[in-house]
Write a protein of this length. Sequence first.
Length: 295
Amino acid sequence: MRQTAESLWAHTRMGVTTLARCWGLTRQDGSRYGFTDHDLDLSFEDWVFTAGTGLSARALLQTTGLSVDNSSAQGALSDAALPEADILAGRFDGADLSCWLVNWQNTEERWLQFHGSLGELHRAGEAFEAELRGLTEALNQPLGRIYQKPCTAVLGDGTCRFDLSTPGYAFEGALEEVTQDGAYQWQDLEGFEQGWFTDGRLTVQSGEAAGLWGSIKRDQQEAGARRITLWEQLQGGLRAGDQLRLEPGCDKSMQSCRLKFNNLFNYQGFPDIPGEDWVMAVAKSSPRATGGSRR
């Protein structure tokens, strides 16, 4: 690899160069897309980089140390390159991205110039602009234990340890109706009490929107029908008959952990931690000093 990089540097010092950029994009569902600003398709490392997609890039701003690299890419929307429907549905959010500087006459001479992920995507008319985020972006995320009354775990994750495949907790079946206001409706969800899926998760398993998911805002019985409303409506063309999975919601309380999920052993909250008003408390004289609660 060092030898090929040195060959590329030697090529850049020539009076005339034959350089192009290649972009390899891998979505979270495993779909891969290759683009190049060259006028012919290029291929290497099991990638095929398609020309004529209208993709271009601003100059990369890369620094030493732990600074976050900044860049952006622009391109034209098309069914063959980046389908508009997939961008609106969020399928490219957080996609893995690599950028190479390549000698198109000899693709063995190349340099991996950038590796990171896609951030925010903005579209205007028939074009889009994507923010690029470097590997150091993860260092901006706060880490550590939070001490609070509600549970800090996500239902089913490594700290919660609740098995979401436990029978009787999740619903899998066909969607019966999509209402005009964007709610998803069934005549009955037998075996699940009202509000069971509030704060839960809806995942699409078939149809055009397969693979998309959303957080459930409300689960209520209304006019003889069971209605599920999301915080943000899915953009992938969800239709009646598509297979869905509804996972139960957790309000992060100790009571729900004990009674709804029987998982109190793994509760990650601190229900007895004093509130903010505790710092304003003053000592009280009392004939009894038992060390118990002051309430």
